[in-house]
Design a protein around this ligand. Structure first.
Ligand code: EPU
Length: 426
């Protein structure tokens, strides 16, 4: 068990190069299964979720190695078509391996990913689309047994909601299926465009990504390639919120400015000065932040991202005035609010609404990281608080942030990772 010990009250200042995107790296790693040759992924973040994805790849016969944020994946031979339950449960998004496995081998057995810390995570849209494209799917005792009896074929699919994972799974299955697939009401997230960019480098024919209708023309075979994963817009939002909450001044480099625009336009309403130039974002937050007047509604891209809701909330708990969030993507994404309240925040949650009345100051406390983004939010609040905060369950944070404590320390924050049964830092 590891914890963060944060000594709050220091302004974050300095320059930070953003890590590669977790939510791009995972589907791109799954996509590499389709190539049958080596894929070299640069700017690949070294995170526990990425390592979980590499264990899935290794388990089905691929070889996956990492060095200096470069992953090399060899998928010449696939030796298994079942993803064991313990690997499926390590990471909810392991379901995106299903489309790629089916595309490569025509067979795959996975287990139901079930719920997670964000609430129920159904996969009905994924399965309905795969069925429509020629997959037989049987569910038995929690296992999902999928088989493509003949050749997979393209289809016209209209998603009831622009699900990121379902859009990715359909793309991964469609790139080697026979004929044309059209996805209507597709997710438009930048990570979808990054996945399609990678697949195009491997020889796939895809158009319309980034818009609501994506068209894929299946190819017999894909090949390996070298590709650089996009920067992580949510890690970017997190470090900007940490700087805003501590009245700091930072420059993010290797940033994806356009992809972050829906977040930046809301953060700017808190009174921070934000300037962007190619791949760089500068933020200065000298005075007390102002509450955001309009309700902050999380929506699919290009709306305000649900993954940035918690970290922005951490900055707004000490803002002047009242801010209101409406969480529209996940049922259970306010679990970090208990920790914020324990630190002195005034937050009321009712269903999908959270009302934040800005307080003058936060105080250090013993709190828990309840989930990945909630854990990052609690860390942001701890950096702004008076005194010492101990944050437990930080394995959630390690799923998505590459050595968060190193990044924060580089910016002048006081944060240490400690093992709970020893006092040594690591
Ligand atoms: N949904 C269904 N049925 C489905 C699929 C989704 O009802 O078949 C529902 C979900 O339960 C949820 C909503 O649709 O309420 C959105 O889910 P979506 O499929 O879009 O999300 P996801 O693919 O499971 C990805 C990211 C999440 C991010 C969401 C929304 C990855 C690996 N995960 O999840 O990232 O919050 O899209 O943008 O890309 C995170 O990084 O912290 C994280 C949770």
């Amino acid at each position: 068990m590891q914890k963060f010990i944060v000594n709050g009250g220091r302004r974050l200042r300095g320059e930070l190069a953003l890590q590669g995107s977790k939510n791009s790296a995972l589907p791109i790693m799954a996509a590499s299964l389709l190539c049958g040759e080596d894929c070299v992924l640069k700017n690949c973040p070294e995170l526990t979720d990425v390592y979980a994805a590499s264990r899935i790849l290794n388990c089905v016969g691929c070889k996956c190695s990492f060095s200096d944020n470069t992953a090399v994946i060899s998928s010449g031979e696939i030796t298994a078509n079942t993803i064991p339950e313990e690997l499926m449960r390590e990471m909810r998004s392991s379901i995106i391996f299903l489309g790629a496995m089916l595309g490569r081998t025509g067979e795959c057995t996975v287990c139901c990913p079930g719920g997670c810390e964000l609430g129920p995570r159904p996969i009905d849209m994924h399965l309905a689309a795969l069925r429509k494209m020629g997959t037989d799917i049987k569910e038995s005792y929690g296992r999902i047994i999928c088989r493509v009896p003949e050749k997979a074929h393209g289809a016209r699919i209209s998603l009831p909601f622009p699900s990121v994972g379902a859009t990715e799974n359909i793309i991964l299955f469609a790139v080697t299926a026979e004929g044309e697939t059209v996805i209507n009401n597709a997710a438009r997230e930048p990570e979808i465009c990054d996945l399609c960019g990678f697949l195009r480098c491997c020889g796939a024919e895809i158009s319309g990504d980034g818009e609501s209708s994506i068209v894929i023309r299946g190819k017999e075979k894909l090949h390996g390639c070298e590709y650089s994963i996009m920067p992580d817009r949510i890690a970017g939002a997190t470090y900007l919120c940490m700087a805003a909450a501590t009245k700091g001044e930072i420059i993010l480099t290797n940033a994806c400015v356009d992809a972050m625009e829906p977040f930046l336009s809301v953060l700017e309403q808190t009174g921070c000065s934000i300037y962007t130039a190619e791949k760089r974002i500068f933020l200065r937050s000298g005075a007390r932040l102002k509450a955001v007047n309009d309700r902050i509604r999380t929506m699919p891209h290009p709306g305000f991202p649900t993954d940035a809701q918690a970290v922005l909330m951490a900055a707004l708990v000490t803002a002047e005035g009242t801010s209101v969030f409406e969480e529209n993507i996940f049922d259970c994404r306010y679990r970090h609010t208990d920790a914020l309240v324990k630190m002195g925040a005034d937050v009321q949650v009712l269903g999908k609404i959270a009302v934040i009345k800005g307080v003058n100051r936060l105080y250090g406390a013993n709190v828990e990281a309840t989930d990945l983004r909630g854990g990052a939010a609690v860390t942001a609040a701890a950096l702004a608080a008076e005194g010492v905060t101990e944050i437990s369950s930080i394995s959630h944070i390690d799923r998505g942030y590459e050595r968060l404590e190193d990044a924060v320390s580089r910016l002048g924050g006081s944060i240490k990772r400690v093992y709970t049964n020893s006092t040594s830092t690591c």
